[in-house]
Design a binder for this molecule. Structure first.
Ligand code: GLU
Length: 381
């Protein structure tokens, strides 16, 4: 089955966790080199690889004599500045030995939220790939402040997968995959080989566990799998510490946990709306509008809007929520919040009379909208 799942894969995002390539003692160069060797093999087999590598903070903090987690943000940022150069150097050494090149790409949340910068980052990454260079991406830890952080590299890897239209996300973790219990507490916990759907129950199984070196735990990995799954891409979580794990994956071995995508691939613009553009507000809609959007695949009209939150301009992304405030879609609004306050609840035919002008009948046109829940048919199946 794995062979069939991987047969269409050409562009792969490999996320490498801090817990895989570092320990309390700092960067684990042997482990990093072993993984880099496998990455070179995959390149040689004709796959395009984008690496999202953590480990900057973990690799740099020892140089500063910090034990445990760095306590302050400046300490963390200083550690990342030192560690990042060490990581890139380590990748570069192995790649160069094998006749390949790497490039460092550091991103912040803002870079992907702004459409122009998003397209710019996408162009840079695809140009690197065209030249046969393997990008090594990390969050720009040295400069990020809370508002522009991805937060964790699992999230970053999901956004990068969407950015470069990857075919598969592989998360190298320090555990074998996703278990139905905590294997460190429960010896009967079983590894789930294939996850068909990420249900709330499954999400709760992931808990809030955190690794000691990286930022995320299993729950951030499940969130990443869910994100890319909604965009039509599968995720594989495997143990990066298992020797030659990437070779095993591409030999079709049944390793780790594979998360099947929830729906077919989205267009590039929809992926950007769904994952990268930051929502500035919320529209609450009535049952009729919910059904029209979720079940009938229609645009959002002003008549179905029963609540408006936040302050946003025309062209901003907003969340679409039911009356209870549960999000079910995201979209780019054709009208600003002050305009919407005047036309919400009215028929489209009344827009012009109310505002004195009209951009279009729809508040959110269907092509500018994505469902952020699995569609009804699939979730009922
Ligand atoms: N960007 C951080 C680093 O390189 C890691 C974030 C994470 O562990 O998710 O150290």
């Amino acid at each position: 089955m794995r062979n069939a799942l991987l047969s269409h894969v050409k562009r792969v995002i490999v996320k490498i966790g801090s817990g895989v390539i570092s320990s309390e003692a700092g960067l684990d160069r042997t482990m990093l080199a072993a993984i880099a060797e496998d990455l070179c093999d995959l390149r040689q087999q004709g796959l395009e690889i984008i690496v999202v590598s953590s480990g900057a903070v973990a690799a740099g903090k020892c140089q500063l004599g910090i034990t445990g987690r760095p306590q302050t943000i400046p300490q963390k940022q200083a550690a990342a500045a030192i560690g990042q150069t060490r990581i890139i150097r380590a990748y570069k050494e192995t790649f160069i030995d094998r006749g390949h090149m790497v490039a460092q790409v550091l991103l912040t949340r803002d870079d992907l939220s702004n459409r122009r910068r998003y397209l710019n980052a996408r162009n840079t990454l695809s140009t690197l790939l065209e030249y046969g260079v393997t990008p090594i991406v990390n969050e720009n830890d040295t400069v990020v402040v809370e508002e522009i952080r991805f937060g964790d590299n699992d999230n970053l890897s999901a956004l990068v997968t969407s950015l470069v239209e990857g075919d598969l996300l592989i998360i190298l973790s320090d555990v074998d995959g996703f278990y139905d219990g905590d294997p460190s507490l429960n010896p009967d916990a079983k590894l789930i080989g294939v996850v068909e759907r990420i249900t709330p129950k499954l999400e709760s199984l992931a808990g809030d566990s955190k690794g000691t070196l990286g930022t995320g735990g299993m729950s951030t990995k499940i969130k990443a799998a869910k994100r890319v799954g909604l965009a039509g891409v599968g995720t594989l979580i495997v143990n990066g510490r298992t020797p030659h794990i990437l070779r095993k994956v591409f030999a079709g071995e049944n390793v780790g946990s594979y998360f099947l995508p929830a729906q077919s691939k989205m267009t590039a613009k929809k992926r950007w709306i769904a994952f990268s553009k930051k929502p500035r507000g919320k529209l609450l809609v009535d049952e009729g509008a919910y059904r029209a959007v979720v079940e009938l695949g229609k645009s959002l009209l002003p008549s179905g809007i029963c609540g408006i939150e936040g302050s946003f301009e025309r062209g901003d992304a907003v969340r679409l929520c039911d009356r209870q405030g549960n999000e079910f879609a995201k979209g780019v609004t054709s009208y600003s919040q002050p305009e919407l306050l005047r036309i919400a609840g009215k028929q489209s035919s009344a827009i012009e009379a109310t505002l004195g002008y009209k951009y279009r009948d729809e508040i959110i046109y269907r092509d500018d909208m994505v469902l952020t829940i699995e569609d009804k048919e699939e979730s009922d199946a």
